[in-house]
Ligand binder design. Structure first.
Ligand SMILES: Nc1ncnc2c1ncn2[C@@H]1O[C@H](COP(=O)(O)OP(=O)(O)OP(=O)(O)O)[C@@H](O)[C@H]1O
Ligand SMILES: [Mg+2]
Length: 349
């Protein structure tokens, strides 16, 4: 389509000279052609520019011939062709650089996404390893004490004091195991989030860039409908962007293969001091068998999904003092919403 437009513009410029024929006579037969080549190259690239160049040079010769002037010989034609290429060159260089930059950005975004997935997987593996390792000690101790109790019980006349001591030791180890689990849960729920003033719109834009860089190519259209009077929230930028990226990715993945692929991003003030952010798609909606466990780890409806995205998202949002939930209309789409505290609650924004 661009090429057609470029050709139309280029040829129009070439033949503008026709309107000025009476005034110009045989003067500047190629002048408009140079302008046309330059413009065509910017709009449609070098290929359309060369077509315009060929037409323009032929037209110039025609102008010369109807005014009985000497036509360009082969040597002059070659020089003219070189001129044509020179006029098209700046645009071509610029287009190439832009294409390269775009491809680089996409590759970078893909890479980053894959890295964040890997990091999540790594963190989980590490966590499970630590948990197993740390729990092993108290569990072994508990089993050993239980053995001793059993041996003691096999004997007659065991003093109650001895048994009480052993049971106390079991209780102590049991408590230790519970503390370990509690500590891991605390670190999982991200009590260390560092809340700072952030712009919701800016975080969203970056997340869109990160997650949809390649999906945009597949025609996912993003529509924003952001609250104009409230934008500042208290958030850990990286963490909240993880949430956004997963929601956007999920939406794009849900709409893969659909004819209409649109993501609606909305925000609005709720309860005065919270900002609610919504990511809605027009995919098939959430599968009913996933719905009850949607935010549980390992709930996935995808062949290669980990089912971690939403579980992590809920942990992150709740560590921020917000809430995340989903609505789904089968056949119409799914919508996820989460809330964050506003940076200037009640402020007269
Ligand atoms: N927008 C959506 N439309 C339809 N189903 C969805 C949508 N978002 C999530 N789901 C369902 O919820 C499941 C869980 O999503 P979640 O993000 O937690 O994991 P995942 O995308 O499968 O894997 P990953 O851990 O890589 O993100 C998905 O597998 C999918 O079945
Ligand atoms: Mg996901």
């Amino acid at each position: 389509l661009r090429a057609v437009l470029a050709l139309a513009v280029g040829l129009a410029i070439v033949f503008v000279r026709e309107l000025l024929r009476a005034r110009l006579g045989a003067e500047v037969p190629f002048f408009f052609t140079w302008i046309a080549i330059f413009c065509t190259a910017w709009i449609g690239g070098i290929a359309s520019a060369m077509v315009v160049a060929a037409v323009g040079l032929a037209y110039g010769q025609h102008v010369l011939s109807i005014h009985h002037e000497r036509l360009l010989g082969p040597g002059a034609m070659v020089i003219s062709a070189l001129f044509a290429i020179a006029f098209a060159l700046p645009a071509e260089i610029y287009h190439r650089a832009t294409r390269r930059r775009k491809a680089d950005a996409e590759r970078y975004a893909e890479l980053q996404l894959r890295m964040s997935k890997l990091a999540r997987l790594n963190a989980m593996g590490e966590l499970v390893g630590t948990l197993a390792h740390e729990l092993n000690q108290p569990l072994t101790a508990i089993l050993a004490y239980a053995d001793v109790v059993q041996l003691q019980l096999a004997q007659e006349d065991v003093p109650a004091e001895t048994l009480r001591e052993l049971v106390q030791k079991v209780t102590k180890q049991g408590n230790r195991a519970r503390d370990i689990v509690a500590r891991v849960r605390a670190s999982l729920s991200g009590t260390e989030v560092s809340l700072e003033r952030q712009s919701l719109a800016q975080m969203l834009e970056e997340a869109v860039e990160l997650s949809l860089a390649s999906a945009v190519r597949d025609g996912v259209v993003v529509k924003y409908d952001l609250e104009p009077h409230a934008d500042q929230v208290l958030a850990d930028r990286i963490e909240i962007q993880q949430v956004m990226v997963n929601l956007l990715r999920n939406a794009a993945e849900a709409m893969a293969g659909a004819r209409r692929r649109e993501v609606h991003i909305k925000s609005r003030v709720v309860e005065g001091n919270m900002l609610e952010c919504e990511v809605a798609d027009c995919g098939p909606g959430i599968a009913p068998e996933i719905l009850p466990n949607l935010f549980q780890p390992f709930a996935t409806g995808k062949a290669h999904g980990m089912g971690i995205g939403l579980a992590v998202s809920r942990t992150i949002v709740e560590a921020h003092g917000g809430r995340i939930w989903a609505d789904s209309t089968p056949g119409k789409g799914a919508s996820f919403r989460f809330t964050l505290n506003r940076a200037e609650a009640m402020a007269a924004e």
